[in-house]
Design a protein. Structure first.
Ligand code: 4NP
Length: 174
C-alpha cells in the first residue's frame, strides 16, 4: 500500500508512473492461420515500430492452425520484410494456445476466420475483449497462393500496426 500522506511523490505522478509502466510492458500477440505469412510480418513490423519509438513492447505471433509449427516464416514474407529493412528470418512458428489469453494484453487477428477461431477458445469475456482485427474495418487477406500479394499485405499490416500504436498510446505522429 502506498502511503500518500508521507510519500513525497504526488498521487497524480504515481498514477502517471503506473500508466507509463503498464504501457511500457505491454504484450501484443499477432494471429493468422498458418503463422508463416501474415502474422510473422505483423510481429516484425510491430516490434520494429515499437523499438523505433522506444515503446518497450513485447510482440509475438502465432497461427490458429498447427501445420507449420517449428518452421521459419515463408521465404516470401522474409523477403518483403527485408525489402522494408526488417529481419523476420529467426521467428519460429507456433500454434495459438489458451494460455495466450493470460500472457498477452492485446491479441490482433488478420481476418474474420482468425477472429472466429480465437474467440471460440476464449475462456471468459475479459479474454474475448482482448481480441480485435488488426485493421478495424478490413481484413488482411491471405497471400499464400499469390506471390504478388506479399507487398500489398505488408503495406496493410504496416497501416494496421501504426493505427494500433496511435490507439494504444494516444500519439498522433505516424
Ligand atoms: P498465413 O498464410 O495464415 O498468413 O500464415 C497461410 C500459410 C499456410 C497455410 C495457410 C495460410 N496452410 O494451410 O498451410
Amino acid at each position: 500500500m502506498v502511503d500518500w500522506v508521507s510519500s513525497s511523490i504526488h498521487p497524480t505522478t504515481h498514477l502517471i508512473n503506473s500508466i507509463n509502466h503498464l504501457l511500457k510492458n505491454m504484450k501484443l500477440l499477432m494471429v493468422c492461420l498458418g503463422n508463416i505469412c501474415r502474422s510473422p510480418l505483423a510481429e516484425g513490423v510491430m516490434q520494429h515500430l515499437s523499438n523505433e519509438q522506444h515503446l518497450g513492447w513485447t510482440v509475438d505471433s502465432v497461427g490458429t492452425g498447427g501445420w507449420h509449427v517449428g518452421e521459419a516464416p515463408d521465404r516470401r514474407s522474409i523477403r518483403v520484410a527485408r525489402e522494408h529493412g526488417i529481419d523476420i528470418s529467426r521467428q519460429v512458428c507456433r500454434k495459438f494456445s489458451q494460455s495466450d489469453f493470460n500472457n498477452f494484453d492485446h491479441i490482433f487477428v488478420m481476418d474474420n476466420y482468425n477472429l472466429q477461431d480465437v474467440l471460440a477458445m476464449a475462456p471468459d469475456g475479459q479474454s474475448a475483449e482482448k481480441v480485435k482485427l488488426l485493421l478495424v474495418d478490413k481484413e488482411v487477406p491471405d497471400p499464400y497462393y499469390d506471390n504478388n500479394q506479399f507487398e500489398p499485405v505488408f503495406e496493410l499490416i504496416e497501416e494496421g500496426c501504426k493505427d494500433v500504436i496511435r490507439n494504444l498510446t494516444g500519439l498522433h505522429k505516424n
